[in-house]
Design a protein around this ligand. Structure first.
Ligand SMILES: [Zn+2]
Length: 328
């Protein structure tokens, strides 16, 4: 059996674990990211987490075939370098692949964290629910909207590793301002944060809703979960906000199908725990807006790996590099 270590580097936590060649996790752990101590301390913590993960799995580092790392972008994948990391001080052109490989004495692979999570769902999460899935797109609904695109079993990177930025697909030309500088991106409407923000703005504009009563004097504290809860309880205003989020996500799915024709579109992130209701709206928006010339067979489903998708997928990327003869 081959063993791979996955390391998911986040601004707050480093998650790591050992995954075998069949995609089965054998250990997992999480340590605090010493972000304020600079890149060298963080890479030492990553190596230490990987060593703990192998010990917890009952194997030695010498039995590990390869190590996959998921990191926030922008990255230079060919050089194995983190160009900058928005939430961590001092991260400019850090040669993370070379350094972590040096510390652990095993070959390392670097991947964007959202892509790694998408690969994880493809390799041993939602992608296993259907036979022979080769093309899968994962959309993560959080503060923003992230995505990972797997085509023919490989992560799609594009020219500058910028492919798979589905959150910045423009869905309303000239629409809401997005943090990226564009207007009308789907992220500006349908991320968890912006679903809440649309509700907050509408309450502040005098919308009649149970949210206004429940959050009197602290309207800016409304979260996407609150909006979903009030919609579930029958509030018309909250229902409309939720419907809009689902509507836009359904349109995004149509556009994804036109580009990639995937077998699956997988949604991840806290907002999917709103459950069947959100998926019902997304699927019905998809059905209302997709073409009619041929039947769509795409499955629109929730992610299965939760917060483990990052490290499992990072290990999976190393597994795939080995399989393709590219691990060095
Ligand atoms: Zn944008």
């Amino acid at each position: 059996m081959e063993y791979f270590v996955g390391i998911d580097l986040g601004g707050t936590n480093i998650k790591s674990g050992v995954v075998d060649g069949n995609g089965k996790p054998l250990s997992k752990l999480s340590v605090t990211t010493p972000a304020e101590s600079g890149p060298e301390a963080v890479m030492q913590a990553m190596a230490s987490a990987a060593r703990q993960a192998t010990a917890a799995a009952g194997i030695s580092m010498s039995q590990v075939t390869g190590i996959g790392m998921g990191a926030p972008g922008p990255l230079d994948l060919e050089a194995g370098v983190v160009r900058s990391a928005p939430n961590m001080a001092g991260w400019i052109d850090v040669p993370i692949r070379r350094r972590v490989s040096e510390l652990l004495g095993q070959p390392c692979v670097l991947e964007n964290d959202a892509n790694a999570a998408g690969f994880g769902e493809y390799w041993c999460g939602a992608g296993r629910q259907l036979p022979n899935v080769k093309h899968l797109v994962m959309i993560t609904l959080g503060t923003g909207i992230g995505s990972g695109i797997v085509i023919n079993g490989e992560v799609l990177h594009g020219t500058y590793t910028m492919a798979g930025e589905a959150g910045h697909v423009i869905i309303v030309p000239g629409g809401r301002q997005c943090a990226c500088g564009q207007r009308g991106c789907i992220e500006a409407y349908a991320s968890a944060t912006n679903t809440a923000k649309r509700a907050i703005e509408a309450v502040q504009a005098g919308g009649k809703t149970t949210l206004a009563e429940a959050f009197k004097g602290r309207v800016d504290q409304i979260t996407s979960k609150d909006v979903f809860d009030h919609a579930k309880a029958g509030d018309k205003f909250a229902t409309q906000i939720v419907d809009e989020t689902g509507y836009y996500l359904g349109i995004l799915c149509v556009n994804i199908c036109r580009f990639f024709d995937p077998q699956m579109i997988v949604f991840a992130g806290g907002m999917i725990h709103a459950g069947d209701h959100l998926f019902d709206i997304i699927r019905s928006s998809f059905a209302d807006n997709t073409w009619t010339v041929v039947k769509d067979h795409v499955q629109i489903v929730p992610a299965l790996l939760g917060n483990d998708a990052g490290f499992i997928g990072a290990a999976g990327v190393a597994w795939n590099e080995k399989r393709q003869g590219r691990l060095k």
